[in-house]
Design a protein around this ligand. Structure first.
Ligand SMILES: [Mn+2]
Length: 365
């Protein structure tokens, strides 16, 4: 039986440009902590191999602290670690991968051509290849075929299944023809779960931690077990923070505050959330006040207002009368309003004005 921990796309030292500088630095420090969690997991699970399928680093620029963390965390893994550089961290003479920090148990693939490492003690051969430029439009599996010699053949690779693009294009036919037992892939940031092409199992673990609102929910690595011809995989969350998007429908709610409060999930103190207001609202939300009230419940929260006034305030703007003239002028200001607060004020003015013009007594239309 062979136990593998398969991770990819750590993107260490990502800039986190959307966050303020101190939070961005904190996020990078947290990325380094992922390496410790990876090492802990390898110890706990008694892994035989740790496979890291590229984009371990976000770019060719690496902080000193990150190099130290890599050396320390990977060095205490009681198993062999194989790294296949990807398009973000492609191998070159000046890259961190060519440096001296790497512990003895770490093997880095350095060429576009597939290299094979025999591990007789494990009855296994680990194959792998590297990006050596930011682009690679040739399938790394082209012409590769693992021999049917009774050994377990695994490959660690950065590549793009089903996409004929420039990030190591891989077709399912290539995978099926590879003769591999397991193909450990990186590049796609969502976990694929275990997939099968021909007799070859393959998977993307996804990134171990979200970096933005396009990388939502739980993130982690795969714990893969190869037992004879049988391969099983378990997704293990590694992320300390999750990104979440929470839509809040204001339709029929007494107030935006109440609608948001009712929709909030628990246990989000470590998470980064975007709360999106939707539906038809009675009153315009005060986004600044809402955000202030939510701050303590999240690591970071931002609000988006995509709700619409319940009644189309401007429905009569086209009329050739005083009401039409009034609404046209207000709407012009509303469209040029600097922020939500100013828009809210103008919507209120429109409601009061309409009520007066329509001889209503109640301005809350
Ligand atoms: Mn990539």
């Amino acid at each position: 039986m062979l136990k593998i921990i398969h991770g990819a796309d750590f993107h260490l030292d990502a800039p986190f440009a959307a966050l303020p500088p101190e939070q961005a630095a904190q996020r990078r420090a947290e990325q380094r902590q992922l390496l410790d969690r990876l090492a802990d997991l390898a110890v706990e699970r008694r892994a035989d191999l740790v496979l890291l399928s590229g984009d371990l680093l976000d770019s060719g620029e690496t902080y000193y602290e990150t190099a130290q963390a890599l050396s320390r965390a990977l060095g205490r893994i009681p198993a062999l670690v194989f790294i296949a550089p990807g398009n973000h961290d492609f191998y070159q003479a000046r890259s961190l991968y060519a440096g001296k920090l790497w512990p003895d148990n770490v093997h880095i693939f350095t060429s576009v051509a597939v290299e094979s490492v025999e591990l007789p003690g494990l009855g296994c051969v680990v194959h792998g290849a590297a990006f050596t430029t930011p682009r690679a439009d040739r399938s790394p599996l082209l012409g590769f075929r693992a021999p049917a010699d009774g050994k377990i053949h695994v490959m660690v690779l950065h590549g793009d299944v089903d996409n004929a693009g420039r990030y190591g294009p891989l077709s399912r036919e290539d995978i099926a023809a590879s003769g591999l037992t397991y193909l450990a892939l990186g590049h796609v940031h969502t976990c694929s779960g275990l997939q099968k092409a021909g007799e070859t199992w393959w998977a993307y673990p996804g990134c171990p931690q979200g970096r933005g609102f396009d990388e939502l929910g739980d993130k982690g690595v795969l714990a893969v077990t190869v037992d004879g011809g049988q391969v099983s995989g378990e997704f293990v969350p590694l992320a300390g923070r999750r990104y979440g998007v929470l839509p809040v429908d204001l339709t029929g709610a007494a107030s935006p505050e109440e609608a948001v409060r009712a929709a909030l999930p628990g246990g989000t103190e470590r998470d980064v959330y975007r709360v999106v207001l939707t539906g038809q609202r009675e009153e315009a939300p005060d986004l600044a006040a809402l955000e202030e009230g939510l701050k303590a419940r999240f690591y970071h929260v931002e609000l988006r207002d995509e709700s619409r006034p319940r009644r189309d305030l401007w429905a009569r703007a086209g009329e050739d009368n005083l009401t039409g003239l009034f609404l046209r002028q207000l709407r012009e200001q509303w469209e040029g309003a600097a922020d939500g607060q100013e828009r809210a004020l103008l919507e209120q003015a429109a409601r009061f004005g309409l009520a007066a013009l329509e001889n209503g007594e109640d301005p809350c239309l």
